[in-house]
Design a protein around this ligand. Sequence first.
Ligand code: IVH
Length: 668
Amino acid sequence: MATKASPKDTIRQLRDVIRHHEYRYYVLDDPEISDAEFDRLLRELKYLESKHPEWITPDSPTQRVGGKPAEGFAAVEHASPMLSLDNAYSEAELLDLDRRVREFSAEDATYVCELKIDGLSLSLVYEDGVLVRGVTRGDGTRGEDVTVNVKTIRSLPLRLLNDAAQNHGQIEVRGEVFLPLASFNAVNTEREENGEPRFANPRNAAAGTLRTLNPEVVASRKLDLFVYQCFADGQIPCERHSETLHWLKRAGFKVNPHWRQCASIDGVVAYCRAWGEQRDRLSYEIDGVVVKVDSIRLQQDMGATSKFPRWAVAYKFAARQATTQVKNILVQVGRTGALTPVAELEPVELAGSTISRATLHNEDEIRRLGLKILDWVLIEKGGDVIPKVVKVLESRREPDAQDFVMPGRCPVCDSQVYRPQGEAVWRCENASCPAKLKESLLHFSARKAMKIEGLGEALVDQLVDRGLVKDPADLYQLSLDTLVQLERMGKKSSENLLDQIKESKSNDLSRVIFGLGIRHVGERTAQILAQHFGSIDALSQATQDALEGVFEVGPVVAESIYRFFLQPENLALVEKLRAADVNLSAKAAARRSSELHGKQFVLTGKLPTLSREQATALIERHGGRVTASVSQKTDFVLAGGEAGSKLDRARSLGTVVIDEAEFLKMVQ
Ligand code: IVH
């Protein structure tokens, strides 16, 4: 029989397993287990720690979101100044660097090129392998202690992974915190919906986030970090910068994968050119390339000025701005009914593409810019962020330039529009505005939601404009006769679409939840909710407290879900989906799990594989309870080897006795 691990050992092992999977998921982007399995491990650890709070350590994966700092962030002095980099704006300036390098060393002019991440630099201090402090750059000498916020970055190891790292006393790692473009866009959408000002760019958003006093909010923003420097007790532990990058990766950090070692400055120039052209392909913003001398010895020989190291340079890309004229201002209506003004531009080349539209976000933004129709403007593009108008060139104002007036009615359905108090956005009041409906249908059928491929924009336009579909559930009533009459719909494509629609009925519950388009409920939250509640009914009846009690669901998300299911039309939609035979409950595991609801268990003896804590966690997770002694109320006695008096009592009371194998069947 396997010996039972002590709870302390179980906790330690569980943490190691979770750290490994965090690394696979957040650093390598190559998970080995499903999200649900990962969540299960994390919940198990949380549960065990709640039973043994005395064993919680600051480097436990459960400690990423901690308490709020009461009085802002403390000032901390850096062990060595955090220098900045001298800029190079041309290839000629890269050759200047090479010339300086050769003055120091005739033979070793090997360089490392890295992407220059457009974020904020951060210093991380580890003691005996455990993260103790995260400090912003500040003025280079003193920064702010933002440890509580830095810990929420999931790709950041709270404990170093390689053994070498743990042998050192103090290790300092420096890198760049940034907000991926997808997170930046999500944060701004949310801010706009809440009537808060938008962040101007991902860098500002990252800076604002890092200084937020509520770590829960920080965790929801999904900051990320690439590291590029390391000192062990003040020294650089490797002989080459390229080795440092490998070392950092082994220690569990996220190192930007695009770095390249170049044997000569020609390679550097080619690298800079290539990334200047393809930077739009990245999911985060870069503003240049950092070129560093590879040999640490040579770096030390070259030294630094008071501001910059002499062994590195930041090659900056050309600004991505252009000047053009605003021909008109249109208003678009989104899924939430938000009216967004969009500038129609005289087409202009910008960073490799032709731009003919730029978002103006909302009425206040137009006022802030002082923009009139026919004005000449400066537009800017960053990554896949939609181009935006950054400045009006007032000196070039046309005499017939006109003020923009926000329409008083929805440009799509002509209903009243309203501007909720404190918000910057006007919204269409009509719940069945075709514009909203079209967006909802596209969202419902999207690949990550109900996966009804073939339901593109053109088809959705026809279905809505002809009144054939009034909500997502109506998709399930479409017939072949109806579809073949639509433009560009042959018999074959109509049949394919109907097959897809039919197939979507048996989708996982999480896809339905995501497809409903509840504000703040993304794909991952939908999976968590499906797993936790097991059915749409349980979810729709959950109280706000119950929702907040779900791990990873914060108050904003909980309120949004709660409000969604208060709306009669949303409940009616659920009923229509049910009538259409769409699957509205989680498969097997969750359904079986509810069978333990309210069941009382007593544990006795040593189970072959599960520890007492693991068995308890499983029972509680599936809705059951564990009590200490056998009584009339006991439903099951889970018995292992060497079971004693409890087993005798169970037999005398006629209580059902099960072994571990039977128990596992009940919960798996
Ligand atoms: S090395 C002493 N590498 O750019 C050299 N910096 O303009 C320290 N940055 O303050 C910096 N990506 O915040 C380095 N791959 C990279 C970088 C990088 C972005 C930032 C960093 C630095 C600023 C200098």
